[in-house]
Write a protein that binds this ligand. Structure first.
Ligand SMILES: *Cc1c(COP(=O)(O)O)cnc(C)c1O
Length: 405
């Protein structure tokens, strides 16, 4: 089923604004996606009609808010094909989810243990593990890259051993768009008894993962990358892991009983949900999933691959332009440079023409070091972008090249 892109664009009020006198072309979807009216309305409706704190009150508003929040949890459960509702933990986003797991593993690791991460990771997926290693004496190992921006799988197999306790990879690299073979990565890790955490922040807007089929131990994502609000996300953990992991933060909502002698913790998922959560955000997250599922992930993937193919072909016609991340499996992210021109200068000129791209290291400095570049220009496409917008990007980049060289 083909997408009706013009109809879809009508759902996104922001796509109708102008920037610097030009219609906005938003190509920074890998940093955050835009929000459809359906999600915006959900947030406004919550604050205008049933704003209340959840799980505690007997009054009607509190019950309505609790019901809506828990329905959102069930929508997340269904979307990701998670076995138990209480395996879904609301977080403030991917970064929070990763830190929660990293903190919990402090009590399981000792000197000599190893953690494997990929060279394609976002900073939020490197720093918490370095901190964990400092706390425990464990060692961080890195799966290296091929020149085309894919992981060297044989090197990964070499790194695995009985010392490996944890493997962390993103499903899709935010800097290059490379899709990692996570099913194979998980299978190999399990052969040596290691747990696996998948960072789904970049993949969730493009594909619909089946977490039971994947069999990962943990999975984290952020709502704002998939048409939902900022400041909310989810952590999935297998029940046996969530039961073993100590709580991350102490506070209200996460306790069963508190005395000054001893506190007992609440059952899952509340054990990991201290304090008043982002209630509106959680409900908005559910609305975003509903919105995307109504469009359909197959149709989204098909259309985005057409955008990617067309944009790649047209950009490569520009002399001196080089694309980083050219593996066979990638999503609609194009990271590029033009010989002799700083990416920041290109970003500044195309912004004057109403086009939003990202420039810099994309929170993935090790990848930039690998290519020995300061950064790239990154155009990341979503299902609401059009072929005409690709044309506008290409002509703006040509113009920038003319002005700068
Ligand atoms: C955006 C992103 C993150 C961080 O997500 P936050 O919402 O900022 O916590 C982590 N990993 C990847 C791959 C990302 O794209």
């Amino acid at each position: 089923m083909a997408l009706n892109v013009q109809e879809i664009r009508n759902d996104f009020p922001i796509l109708h604004r102008e920037v610097n006198g030009h219609p906005l072309v938003y190509l920074d979807n890998a940093a955050t996606s835009q929000k459809p009216q359906q999600v915006i309305d959900t947030l406004v409706h919550y604050y205008s009609h049933y704003n209340a704190n959840i799980h505690r009150g007997v009054h009607t508003l509190s019950q309505e808010a609790t019901d809506a929040y828990e329905i959102a949890r069930k929508k997340i459960q269904a979307h990701f094909n998670i076995r138990h509702t209480h395996e879904v933990i609301f977080t403030s986003g991917t970064t929070h989810g990763i830190n929660l797991v990293a903190n919990g593993f402090s009590s399981f690791l000792k000197e000599g243990d190893e953690i494997i991460v990929s060279a394609l990771e976002h900073h939020s997926n490197i720093v918490p593990w370095q901190m964990l290693c400092e706390r425990t004496g464990a060692t961080l190992k890195v799966i290296p890259l091929n020149e085309n921006g894919t992981l060297i799988f044989s090197e990964y197999e070499q790194l695995l051993s009985s010392a490996t306790k944890l493997v962390f990879v993103n499903h899709i690299s935010n800097a290059l768009g490379t899709i990692n073979p996570i099913a194979k990565i998980i299978e190999k890790a399990h052969e040596v008894g290691a747990a696996v955490l998948i960072d789904g922040a970049q993949s969730c807007s493009h594909v619909k993962p089946d977490l039971q089929a994947l069999d990962c131990d943990f999975y984290v994502t952020s709502a704002h990358k998939m048409c939902g609000p900022t400041g909310v996300g989810m952590l999935y953990g297998k029940l046996e892991w969530l039961n073993k992991l100590p709580p991350y933060q102490g506070g209200g909502e996460m306790i069963k009983e508190v005395t000054f002698e001893k506190t007992t913790y609440a059952d899952l998922p509340h054990k990991f949900e201290a304090g008043t959560p982002n209630i509106a955000g959680g409900i908005g997250f559910g609305a975003a999933l509903e919105y995307l599922n109504n469009i359909g992930f197959e149709a989204i993937a098909q259309y985005e691959s057409e955008l990617l193919a067309y944009a790649t072909e047209e950009l490569l016609k520009i002399e001196g332009l080089k694309i980083y991340g050219t593996g066979p499996d990638k999503t609609s992210v194009i990271s590029f440079n033009i010989e002799g021109i700083h990416p920041y200068d290109i970003g500044t000129i195309v912004d004057k023409l109403g086009i939003a791209v990202r420039t810099g290291h994309h929170c993935a400095q090790p990848i930039m070091d690998f290519y020995q570049i300061p950064g790239t220009v990154r155009a990341s496409f979503a299902f609401y972008n059009t072929m005409e917008e690709v044309d506008r990007l290409v002509s703006a980049v040509k113009k920038a090249k003319m002005m700068l060289s």
